[in-house]
Each structure stands twice: as structure tokens, then as C-alpha cells.
Ligand binder design. Structure first.
Ligand code: PMP
Ligand code: GLN
Length: 383
């Protein structure tokens, strides 16, 4: 029997496609964003202990209370946001579920949702499934928001604006002035904000992450999504959260309870232990990745790639136009097959192909992976 697709233009995500290709060709995988090193051993021990201690049945729907308390504490410490864990915080199966739940709770048929290209791939399908329309606005050449353009694009139909800073794939970050400008622009609209902040702790050169939670006015209309995956080198554990004001949280939970109901109990307890016992761990992260960023950039200095600046995340964008005039999908496939290095093309993040020839490297990899990959990349010569 034939099923008419609800997402006819959607295929398998580029991250899965490139990881599969990397496996097939035994390439070094600098594509999909995950570390190739382990989380601290204490994490696995905590998880095992909680399994042994009987944390094996459903968690409370909104999340394990001690984890939500720890999250409230962390968010108030980092962003000065006083949040009642009971009414503001919901634990989800990774940020992906939090994003889907939020979009499902907010968007109705005919509503317009604004995203900024290049844009993470999970937003648009979720909007389309709700019958919403996606308006893609290009980020400016430095990957910041073009405020003028946003102001002109807003209309009474705009129901949601989705932001993602630190930004995947460019690593761009927001400034305190950006928060003020955003607040001014949305003040008299009916637009909610969905802020995907999964890279909140990966910001460089002494910058501070500008969470929307810092801004009391923005906080009132925002769903802020976070994840433990990136912060603790544990992308496979799939534990994330959504912070939103009480009435928005009530609506979000109506969706969450029927998408997953609740998230792995033992994993939630393990993360609660980490937050409780090692609250300072997150502050080591910028230094840890900044060293990798700098090392990777240094290793590629002798290549024909032009490296763009990276202010946050563990991604490095590179312009390959000195090496090839092929479109990015073809060039990145050829890199896997011929150079043995998997990367991510940028065009799947964009509605219209980007003007530059860009690909994305993930540098959340061991020194040896980065060195071997860079050696191969430095050997590439213009076609
Ligand atoms: N948003 C962005 C911008 C991401 O890069 C990712 C994953 N890499 C996610 C959301 C998904 O996070 P999670 O693995 O916690 O579902
Ligand atoms: N967010 C990760 C990335 O950007 C991938 C996650 C996934 O494969 N869905 O590489």
C-alpha cells in the first residue's frame, strides 16, 4: 500500500549520510558532530550505579526532580535567571525532542516560522508536519542576524522565530547588544522565540554565552533548549531540556508526554550527580576545545583551505574554492572516497545554495585523528 509522504522533500539527514559513507570507506570522520573520545569515567560509573540501585522504571514525566533542581541552579548561576524547576524546566530526549515538542506546541496550520540560514536540519520538517510555513532568512556574511531583514520579515503571521547561537555550522555567537536589538524588534509582535543553545558552554576567547535567559523580557516569550550531549562528550545519552515560562511549559508538556512521556531515569540521575558533584566541569570546556580549535587550524595552515573564524561550537567552516569548483555535495563525497576524510557540506543547511564553497569540519576529535586528517587534507592540490 502506498503512503503519500508528509515530508516529500526530506531525505536521510546529511549527518547520517556522511557517517555511513565514512564507515564504508574507512575514512576519518570529521563530519557528524560527536566526540571520538569518552566522557569522564565517573559518568559511566554513576550510570551503572543508578541502574544497580533500581532506577529502572519511568522517570516523572517532566524529569527527575533533583536533575531539574540542579539545572535551575546552573541556569541561575550562569545567566542570572531565577527559575522554578517545577514550572519552568522539562527534561527531554535530547535537544531534538525539545525542539520538536516546542514547534508542535506552538505552530498551527498556516503559521509562519522564521529560521536563519545556514540552519540546523531538524527545524523545518517539524514545522511542516504542523502545517506551518518556513521563512528562511540568510544570516549576514559574518553569520550574524541581519536585524533590518528580520524586522521587515515579521508579520502578524509570524508565530515563531528559531535562533541557534553558538551557531551550527559557523560557530558565530550573539553579543549582549544582539539581545537588546532582538527584544526591541519582537516587542510588539505575537512571535515566540525558540533558542537552540546546545553549544552554550563552547565559546572561545573569553566570551560569555548570551543566553536568551539573561534577558527578562525575552525570557517571557522564549523556549530555550539545551543538551548534555555536547557539554559532557555524551551525545548518545540523549538527555536535554527545555526552559520556558509556566504557561508555555504547560503546553509543551502536553506534547512531551505523548512523544516520549519521559527520559531515561538512570541517565537523568547520572547527570544530576555530575551537576551536583562537579559543577565546575563546564568551565573547563572552552579551554579544552579552544586548544583543539587552535591546534586544528594550525595543522591546516599549510593547506589550500581558507579557514573562517570560529567563536564557538566545535565546528570549523572552510572555504575550498582554491581546491575545486565542484558543488559542496560532490566535493565532500569525493573527499571521503579520495582523501579518506569525511566532512559536512553546508548547502543542506540552506534553502538556496550558499554563495561561498564551504564545508564543515568537526574538531571534537582526538589529537591523533586531527593530525592524520590534517595530513591528508594538506596533501590536496587544486584540480
Ligand atoms: N541543535 C543543534 C544545533 C545541534 O547541533 C544538535 C546536535 N548536534 C542538536 C540540536 C541535537 O541535540 P541532541 O543530540 O541533544 O538531540
Ligand atoms: N548535530 C550534529 C551535527 O551537527 C548531528 C546530530 C545528528 O546526526 N542528528 O553534526
Amino acid at each position: 500500500m502506498h503512503l503519500d509522504s508528509k515530508l516529500p522533500r526530506v531525505g536521510t539527514t546529511i549527518f547520517t549520510v556522511m557517517s555511513r559513507l565514512a564507515e564504508q570507506h574507512r575514512a576519518l570522520n570529521l563530519g557528524q558532530g560527536f566526540p571520538d573520545f569518552e566522557p569522564p569515567p565517573a559518568f559511566a560509573e554513576a550510570l551503572q550505579r543508578h541502574v544497580r540501585d533500581g532506577k529502572n522504571q519511568y522517570a516523572p514525566m517532566a524529569g527527575v526532580p533533583r536533575l531539574r533542581q540542579q539545572l535551575a541552579h546552573k541556569l541561575s548561576r550562569d545567566y542570572g535567571a531565577p527559575l522554578d524547576p517545577e514550572s519552568y524546566i522539562t527534561v527531554t530526549d535530547g535537544a531534538t525532542e525539545g525542539l520538536f515538542d516546542t514547534i508542535t506546541a506552538v505552530v498551527r496550520s498556516g503559521d509562519e516560522v522564521i529560521v536563519f540560514d545556514p540552519c540546523y536540519d531538524s527545524y523545518e520538517p517539524a514545522v511542516l508536519l504542523q502545517g506551518g510555513r518556513v521563512l528562511h532568512l540568510p544570516l549576514n556574511p559574518e553569520f550574524g542576524i541581519d536585524w533590518q531583514r528580520l524586522a521587515s520579515a515579521l508579520s502578524p503571521r509570524t508565530r515563531l522565530i528559531i535562533l541557534n547561537f553558538p551557531h551550527n555550522p559557523s560557530g558565530a555567537v550573539l553579543s549582549p547588544e544582539d539581545l537588546e536589538t532582538l527584544a526591541r524588534i519582537v516587542r510588539d509582535t505575537r512571535a515566540f522565540l525558540l533558542s537552540d543553545e546546545v553549544y552554550e558552554h563552547i565559546v572561545y576567547d573569553g566570551r560569555e554565552h548570551q543566553s536568551l535567559l539573561r534577558h527578562p523580557e525575552l525570557r517571557e516569550r522564549s523556549f530555550v533548549v539545551g543538551s548534555f550531549g555536547k557539554t559532557y562528550h555524551a551525545t548518545g545519552w540523549k538527555v536535554g531540556w527545555v526552559v520556558a515560562p509556566p504557561q508555555l511549559t504547560t503546553e509543551l508538556r502536553k506534547v512531551h508526554q505523548f512523544v516520549t512521556f519521559s527520559t531515561s531515569t538512570a541517565a537523568q540521575h547520572a547527570f544530576a550527580d555530575v551537576l551536583e558533584q562537579q559543577p565546575g566541569l563546564v568551565h573547563e570546556l572552552p579551554g579544552f576545545y579552544q586548544q583543539r580549535r587552535d591546534r586544528f587550524r594550525q595543522l591546516l595552515a599549510g593547506s589550500h583551505f581558507r579557514l573562517l573564524p570560529v567563536a564557538g561550537t566545535y565546528f570549523q567552516l572552510a572555504d575550498y574554492s582554491a581546491l575545486s569548483s565542484e558543488p559542496d555535495l560532490e566535493y565532500t563525497r569525493r573527499l571521503v572516497v579520495e582523501a579518506g576524510v569525511a566532512t559536512i557540506p553546508v548547502s543542506p543547511f540552506c534553502e538556496t545554495p550558499p554563495a561561498q564553497r564551504l564545508l564543515r569540519f568537526c574538531f571534537a576529535k582526538s589529537d591523533s585523528t586531527l593530525e592524520h586528517a590534517a595530513a591528508r587534507l594538506c596533501e590536496l592540490r587544486p584540480a
